[in-house]
Design a protein around this ligand. Sequence first.
Ligand SMILES: Nc1ncnc2c1ncn2[C@@H]1O[C@H](COP(=O)(O)OP(=O)(O)OP(=O)(O)O)[C@@H](O)[C@H]1O
Ligand SMILES: [Mg+2]
Length: 253
Amino acid sequence: MVITDMKEEYGIIEDREPILIISGLHKRYSEGKSNEVHAIRGLDLTVRKGDMMAIMGPSGCGKTTLLNMIGHLDRRSEGKIIIDNIDTSRLSDGKMTSFRRDKIGFIFQLFNLFPFLSAVENVETPLLLKGIKAGVAREQAKMLLRELGMGDRLYHLPSELSGGQQQRVAVARALITDPAIILGDEPTGDLDSTTSTDVMKLFRRINQINQQTLVLVTHNRWIAEQCDYIVHMTDGKISHFEQGPFNKEENAK
Ligand SMILES: Nc1ncnc2c1ncn2[C@@H]1O[C@H](COP(=O)(O)OP(=O)(O)OP(=O)(O)O)[C@@H](O)[C@H]1O
Ligand SMILES: [Mg+2]
């Protein structure tokens, strides 16, 4: 089922440009072998610029696999993915690396921080890779970390930070390049509820100010309800779709 069709069915008018179009996506692990797993089974999805979307579904239904396909961390078996008007199947390996760096921000369950770099160095690295001057990159990284309540931990190594603090560094690192899409796999998974709330508020603020598109996988209904809509997956496909706003009064607090 195509999500735009579902939105029409729900009477939602769409005027923003699509930032991500997925059609006929399949992923088979160990393809052709006896242990083949058909993890994504013909999935269509359109996400528009400025959408803040949650993906929910039972363990093993293919959520991480889908994020890995969108983030181009792994090859798809079949199907088309268009991000920011670029058909990614046409990118060479070299172009794919810069495409991933410039267009996608990742926040994964394991934060993948560089262990020998301080918090601020971790956050500024994507800017330096883009060729931004060191002084400017440092200032931007500091600003963002301060916004996330990490002003007094700028020069700590990941091993000197709590799980929640490491997660905030990972969030800052994903946000700093202003990517076309931010992908989060349980981005608030290890955070206490206060910090989760702060991170979700920050996501929402960046979403509203910059029209930043966010695709967040979560098992947590409350986190999902902070998004504009929820896409439910079962068995490698989208099963249904829920349109927000959810709990409007609570969100207003
Ligand atoms: N590298 C791999 N090789 C083979 N099979 C895999 C691989 N990664 C995932 N799978 C299988 O693909 C299916 C989808 O896995 P995926 O990690 O996408 O699930 P998920 O929805 O993210 O689950 P969870 O909520 O537990 O994180 C599962 O059946 C899983 O066992
Ligand atoms: Mg997963």
